[in-house]
Design a protein around this ligand. Structure first.
Ligand code: AQP
Length: 327
């Protein structure tokens, strides 16, 4: 079985963009791949975070991932900070990466990269992400479109390291969905839906009840034209709604557009389809809340399984760069 790895930050409620862009593929992949999924809590330190909430958010992210359909019998789910190999490999890769290539990362620029007070961790975050992936010899990484550039960096670092120090890492491929690879904010449809930078009305959480989904979709920004067309450049709001409906129902967004003449009808169907798609997630989430210790047990056994794979790969990399083996 080929191996996949992917991660998510515990930086807020898991939203529809995370779900359609990446997490739905996580669930599918666990059946026919050896799957490692990581809650990247160390990455969360690179942005504004609340220390009193971080542990709770990590547990909550794990519970939501189980509710979405991850099965700890089929995949390895763990917290990044529980596997010390991640920051250790990140250092070796920081000594492989260049300032120039990290400066080109658009997420760094978007999140305030020009400011003198920006955290160094925000700058080096894509290198830690490369370590997350390379530690598991992952062949595939399911991600949304926004992560494609970081994946390209990971591939470049793996190639460079292998070329400089000898064959050490598997070079991974990104797997980006064809639909809803970039779910847009419902209030600002030219920006991606995001945990930390979207307004409450612009984001749909995977745990939102049907009436909340209906309210947010009803208020979603469209445009002043009255025709339903799939044209992401000219009509980003309407096209986003059509993509959401398409990815919830399996239909093609351009074909769906032909079935509607009014925005109100489209919005009603989008809200219904999303509520139906997320219903089992909400139900499983409330079942999981009845056993608060379950998540901790899953994360403990996940960390042990992750360390068993990551340890030898880190050892390979340390030996490749010529470090003295530990006594
Ligand atoms: N809007 C989106 N559309 C499609 N995919 C998305 N992803 C995120 N937003 C969208 C994908 O979700 C996975 C987990 O993302 P993450 O939490 O690790 O980081 P992120 O990309 O930075 O997500 P957010 O929600 O925007 O978080 P914050 O606000 O904390 O930065 C990734 O595979 C990502 O591609």
């Amino acid at each position: 079985m080929s191996r996949v790895l992917s991660g998510i930050q515990p930086s807020g409620d898991i939203h529809l963009g995370n779900y359609l862009g990446a997490l739905r593929a996580w669930v599918d992949n666990q059946r026919d791949h050896e799957a490692f999924y990581c809650i990247v809590d160390l990455h969360a330190l690179s942005g504004g975070f609340d220390p009193s909430m971080l542990a709770q958010r990590t547990v909550e992210a794990a519970r939501s991932l189980l509710a979405i359909g991850l099965d700890p019998e089929l995949c390895t789910l763990f917290a990044q900070s529980h596997v010390g190999e991640h920051p250790r490999l990140a250092w070796l890769l920081e000594c492989t990466a260049t300032m120039g290539e990290l400066r080109r990362m658009t997420q760094f620029k978007d999140k305030g990269g020009e400011s003198e007070s920006v955290r160094v961790g925000l700058f080096t975050y894509p290198v830690l992400q490369a370590a997350d992936i390379l530690l598991y010899d992952a062949e595939q990484v399911p991600v949304g479109e926004d992560q494609r550039q970081h994946l390209e960096l990971t591939r470049n670092l793996a190639h460079r390291f292998n070329h400089r120090y000898g064959e050490t890492f598997v070079v991974p491929e990104p797997v980006v969905p064809t639909l809803a690879a970039r779910v847009m904010d419902l209030q600002e449809p030219t920006r991606k839906m995001s945990k930390s930078s979207s307004s409450a009305l612009g984001t749909i959480s995977v745990l939102d009840p049907p009436e909340e989904i209906e309210r947010k979709i009803r208020k979603a920004v469209t445009d002043t034209e009255a025709s339903v067309r799939y044209d992401p450049a000219a009509k980003p709001g309407v096209s986003n709604l059509l993509e959401l409906l398409g990815s919830a129902t399996g239909a093609d967004p351009a074909t769906l557009a032909g079935q509607y003449s009014r925005y109100g009808d489209l919005k009603r169907d989008v809200a219904e389809a999303l509520a139906e798609m997320l219903r089992p997630v909400r139900e499983r989430h409330s079942d999981l809340a009845k056993d608060p210790e379950l998540v901790m047990r899953v994360l403990a056994s996940g960390a042990a399984r992750a360390r068993a794979v990551a340890g030898p790969v880190l050892g390979r990399a340390m030996s490749a760069v010529g470090l003295l083996p530990a006594p």
